[in-house]
Design a binder for this molecule. Structure first.
Ligand SMILES: *Cc1c(COP(=O)(O)O)cnc(C)c1O
Length: 357
């Protein structure tokens, strides 16, 4: 049986294919009740900021952006002078998926990408790049940018984060975390948000909401208050200061109030584990990365990806080092996983049939 893509209710292309979860819709509705002040001077925003401080067990300054590209870029702009640079992974979103936005918001800066098969950076590799020729003619690294969970679906442990942050700080850099999937990392590691951020030495976190079931909101959380200076102005200048900011805040209040942010991410991770477990036994499918969050990277034997795409499934085949990326979301169902795997088995069988005698 063949489906047009539009007939399939759910896909494995990206967690932003998934819609908005009920907790968020409900919270958005509740913010409709009364008139309220604009630009963040309202009770919903005050409540959200307090919830972040409770969640992170720390004083922190919180702002909101409509997407991750703006959140990342504005943090980098807040940290860097025009002649400075950002050390990041070669597959980092800021490097490969933001249309040069960091350099647009922070004129003159550049990224210094480092490759590694796991999607993760290591302190020695960071220091090597830092210590390349750094005279007046070269650029000066100022930010270490880490992605948690990584673009390859792996996660940094608190210990790994600590040693990276320590090294970065000892070299005079600050640490930014692109946490578009921070919730998935926290769910995977089962440690507190504090341990994955300021306790490890992280200076600023872009805490993703959109991919975890929110309509459109990313929180920028500053643990290092020096970096937050003028940030509200930066948001305004960049067109990111929401006039009805209470609707950013309401989404977060919905997600943070009863632990939905973690529960939704746990579910996505669980579906990724199930998918990888099932795919392991399908001929012609090879896992490319350990499944530590909500992404499954696989190598499909020739024709298998095409066969699945022809059955109406959507997934990316051009992320990172190649292979197929299968991304699970807050509302990926067990049935979706089983049906996809069933189709993979049938497609793999059909392809290998002519070879068997
Ligand atoms: C999705 C994503 C972002 C944010 O992307 P936007 O489209 O700008 O919201 C940032 N970093 C990573 C790693 C992502 O996967």
């Amino acid at each position: 049986m063949s489906f047009a893509a539009s007939e399939r209710p759910r896909h494995f292309a990206s967690d932003n294919y998934a819609g908005v979860c009920p907790e968020v819709w409900e919270a958005l509705r509740s913010a409709d009740a009364n008139h309220s002040q604009g630009y963040g001077d309202d009770p919903h925003t005050a409540e959200a900021r307090e919830r972040f401080r409770t969640l992170f067990e720390s004083e922190c300054e919180v702002h909101f952006a409509f997407n991750g590209t703006a959140a990342n870029s504005l943090v980098i702009a807040a940290a860097c002078a025009p002649f400075q640079a950002v050390i990041c992974h070669a597959y980092a979103h800021i490097e490969t998926d933001e249309s040069n936005a960091p350099g647009f918001f922070a004129h003159g800066i550049k990224t210094l990408p480092i490759g590694s098969p796991s999607g993760k950076l290591e302190p020695d590799a960071v220091e090597r790049v830092f210590r390349q020729r750094r005279d007046i003619h070269a650029s000066e690294p100022r930010v270490l940018s880490l992605t948690q969970s990584t673009e390859l679906g792996t996660v940094y442990s608190p210990e790994e984060l600590s040693s990276l942050c320590q090294r970065a700080h000892s070299l005079g850099m600050v640490v930014h975390v692109d946490g578009a999937r921070f919730s998935n990392a926290a769910a995977s590691l089962g440690v507190s948000p504090a341990e994955l951020t300021w306790k490890a030495g992280v200076d600023a976190l872009c805490f993703g909401g959109t991919k975890n079931g929110m309509l459109a909101s990313e929180a920028v959380v500053f643990f290092n208050q020096d970096l937050a200076r003028h940030f509200k102005r930066r948001c305004k200048q960049a067109g990111q200061l929401a006039s009805k900011m209470r609707y950013h805040a309401a989404q977060w209040n919905g997600m943070l109030s009863a632990g939905a942010w973690l529960r939704r991410a746990q579910h996505a991770n669980e579906m990724a584990r199930l998918l990888s477990d099932r795919l392991r036994s399908v001929p012609g499918v090879r896992l490319l990365q350990p499944v530590e969050a909500n992404a499954v990277f696989v190598d499909f034997s020739p024709g298998l990806a095409e066969g699945l795409l022809a059955l109406g499934w959507r997934f990316y085949t051009d992320v990172g080092p190649g292979g197929a990326r299968l991304m699970c979301a807050w509302n990926t169902s067990r049935e979706d996983v089983e049906e996809f795997v069933q189709h993979a088995i049938v497609t793999a069988g059909a392809k290998s049939a002519p070879k068997s005698r």
